[in-house]
Design a protein around this ligand. Structure first.
Ligand SMILES: [Cu+2]
Length: 184
């Protein structure tokens, strides 16, 4: 039977190895974060945009008539949405394929989650702040958009849908109405 203590050479070696591994991991994380920040401009929580959650419905960017998918002059699409206990407005979002899409969303009450199933789109909606994320969809289809931050008793019933349609079909919808929608 062998007894191990920190003075053992074997244990020392193992500890050194672990220390090296953790330093390597740290360096790797710093490199990845630096690359993401400089190359993708993805700097978490640096572009803080605030909005008054009490007056969302009265005016400004998140007034109801401005929610949903908006086509920008350059052809890109901006989707604006609000989370509130216990639904998303709009409850169904329609976006085109092969188009830069920017999601801009906030909460009218408590913290909610904004997640599109099967994608890496995942935001926290915090009252008082605008959450924003750029995305691009390659294939048409329909995906679920569940709230993934527990927001009280009705949380499990809080979800929306997103419908990804061909670029041409979206252009036809946008020609018909200012805010293309799939809300039934
Ligand atoms: Cu919620």
């Amino acid at each position: 039977m062998t007894h191990l203590s920190t003075s053992d050479n074997g244990a020392d070696r193992v500890e050194h190895r672990w220390a090296t591994v953790s330093v390597v991991i740290l360096v790797l994380l710093v490199v990845v974060a630096t690359f993401a920040a400089l190359y993708h401009g993805a700097i978490p929580q640096s572009r803080v945009e605030t909005v008054d959650p009490r007056t969302l419905h009265l005016g400004g960017e998140f007034i109801e008539s401005n929610l949903g998918s908006a086509v920008e002059p350059d052809g890109a699409v901006t989707v604006r949405a609000i989370g509130q206990q216990y639904s998303f407005t709009p409850s169904c979002i329609v976006v085109p394929t092969d188009t830069p899409v920017t999601f801009r969303a906030t909460s009218a009450d408590v913290v909610h989650g904004f997640l599109i199933d099967g994608t890496n789109i995942n935001l926290m909606l915090v009252p008082g702040y605008v959450s924003s994320l750029g995305a691009r969809f390659d294939t048409p289809g329909e995906r679920l958009m569940p709230c993934h931050e527990f927001c009280s008793v009705g949380h499990e019933g809080m979800w929306g849908r997103i419908k990804i349609v061909e670029k041409a079909a979206f252009a036809r919808m946008a020609a018909e109405r200012r805010r293309p929608s799939c809300v039934e």
